[in-house]
Write a protein that binds this ligand. Structure first.
Ligand SMILES: *Cc1c(COP(=O)(O)O)cnc(C)c1O
Ligand code: SF4
Length: 477
């Protein structure tokens, strides 16, 4: 056994620096090793979840209605340990987990509720749900057309290459999650092909593409949640990065995951948890950087012994954990939440990285926060934390031209404007340059922004249009 799989330390809940969980109303009695294996609960299990049976009948009916359209998937760890049931329905993890009436437009809700009340056939309900989903499903930020890589004339599926130094990889076996977030709509794209043949083909495509692109320093494995994959499958993709000399330039391996929240046993006690830690350790020992890009929406996700043990073990393996999350109404739309979350992340040795503005969501109206308010929440959090937590940037929008940060709302030359800058650009020359959009208190997303000072276009507009028309890249590096 390597040292990374040292026995988990059972820190008492009252250890120095830990909040009293009793005070929080949270139950932190989750055993460090699970008493049962991972089991997904789906919409058909809703009537069997004991905590829900205490809710008013109307609320339970509404939940069934919404769950016929939006995804529901959870597990006992989340339900028994991360939710303060005395605070339901306002509890943030409850809002992340369970479908709520407000997540559908009222016409859509009434339509589905009618179908269910009159016991419509399964086929009718399915069709009704399908129609609503079609309306909700966004086609994110030109990802489809603009970022699909090719080797020779062949398109490589499962890859996206938008920013010079980073390639995104979506393994087909990683296209689901240990639980679903109510605000996420990526599940609509969760259509994995699970055969081993596909794994081998994908791995070859990935490695050939990386070998052909010496500018790429970072590989970002994403999903769904890639940590849903067995370690053996993961190894298929990652081991060649340390073994194949053609891939020496890929120095940083990032893994985007919400498993620390939804199933920390992935790193503590699951059959192949130790294997996963050994795989990460092997990559680190070979001289590469392993970054777990953890998704935490609320400090409540950081309170159990098992998540803290999982974090400790990842650190022992030599991985760095960076934290990112979208800002969402009903879940984390207050500075208090972000201050405490960033502080606790730092205390647990993790690094705050991004606050995102959310767009990729079906129930958009329910979760959205205007850019001005997002900016205020960010600033009112950022200014109260130590410099160690000010590694975080945001609020950031992943838009077609790049990642755009809302820096401030200011009055300049008599005009109220949003001050913006690129954190990432399709053209790296755009990064870091401030630019200005006309103030609008209601705008919630990048495509609602117009240039300030009576200008017709932003500084990057011509360059960007040229890229879209296929003359990309305009700048050689
Ligand atoms: C965010 C993102 C990255 C990584 O950007 P960093 O600023 O390096 O974290 C890479 N590719 C895409 C498509 C992204 O949205
Ligand atoms: S936000 Fe991430 S963890 Fe949540 S459902 Fe979407 S892909 Fe899965």
């Amino acid at each position: 056994m390597s040292k990374v799989v040292s026995e988990p330390g059972n820190k008492p809940p009252g250890a120095p620096g830990t909040m009293s969980l009793q005070e929080e109303g949270l139950d932190n009695t989750a055993p460090i090793f699970p008493s049962e294996r991972y089991k997904a609960l789906s919409a058909k299990h809703l009537p069997e979840i004991p905590q829900l049976q205490k809710l008013p009948a109307d609320d339970r009916f509404a939940m069934q209605v919404v769950a016929s359209v939006l995804p529901f998937r959870s597990n006992r760890y989340v339900i028994d340990n991360l939710i303060d049931w005395d605070r339901v329905p306002d509890d943030p993890v409850y809002q992340i987990t369970f479908p709520q009436q407000g997540m559908l437009e009222s016409v859509d809700f009434s339509h589905m509720a009618d179908l269910m009340r009159r016991d419509a056939s399964a086929k009718e309900i399915k069709e009704g749900a399908h129609e609503i989903r079609e309306k909700l499903n966004p086609h994110p930020a030109g990802q489809r057309e603009l970022n699909i890589p090719q080797v020779g004339n062949e398109t490589i599926h499962g890859l996206q290459h938008k920013y010079r130094e980073t390639v995104l990889f979506f393994p087909s076996q990683g296209q689901t999650c240990h639980a679903y977030c109510t605000f996420c709509f990526r599940w609509a794209q969760f259509v994995g092909d699970n055969t081993l043949k596909i794994v081998a083909k994908e791995a070859d495509g990935l490695h050939d593409y990386l070998a052909a692109h010496p500018d790429v320093t970072d590989l970002l494995v994403t999903g769904g949640d890639p940590m849903i994959m067995k370690t053996a499958v993961f190894a298929h993709y990652l081991e060649p990065l340390v073994e194949d000399p053609r891939l020496a330039h890929v120095q940083d391996i990032r893994i985007g995951t919400k498993s620390l929240t939804f199933w920390p046993y992935r790193f503590v006690g699951d059959d192949d948890a130790d294997d996963m830690l050994r795989l990460l350790e092997k990559i680190v020992k070979a001289g590469k950087h392993v970054a777990i890009m953890a998704h935490f929406n609320h400090w409540q996700e950081l309170q159990t012994n098992v998540v803290r043990e999982a974090i400790r073990r990842l650190h022992d393996a030599g991985a760095v954990i960076r934290c990112q999350a979208p800002l969402l109404r009903h879940i984390n739309d207050s500075s208090d939440v972000w201050i405490r979350m960033w502080e606790e992340e730092v205390r647990l040795g993790m690094i705050p990285y991004y606050m995102f503005v959310e767009r990729d969501t079906g129930a958009r109206n329910y979760f959205e926060v205007p850019l001005e308010e997002a900016c205020r929440i960010f600033q009112n959090s950022y200014k109260y934390v130590s410099g160690l937590a000010r590694t975080v940037r945001g609020p950031s929008m992943s838009a077609t031209p790049g990642k755009v940060e809302v820096q401030d709302v200011q009055e300049i030359a008599g005009e109220k404007v949003f001050v913006l800058r690129f954190l990432q650009g399709r053209n790296p020359d755009w990064v870091g340059r401030p630019f200005f959009a006309a103030y609008d208190p209601e705008v919630t997303w990048f495509d609602g922004l117009r240039p300030a000072f009576g200008q017709e276009k932003f500084f990057y507009t011509d360059d960007f249009n040229a890229m879209v028309q296929g003359r990309w890249p305009t700048t050689k590096h």
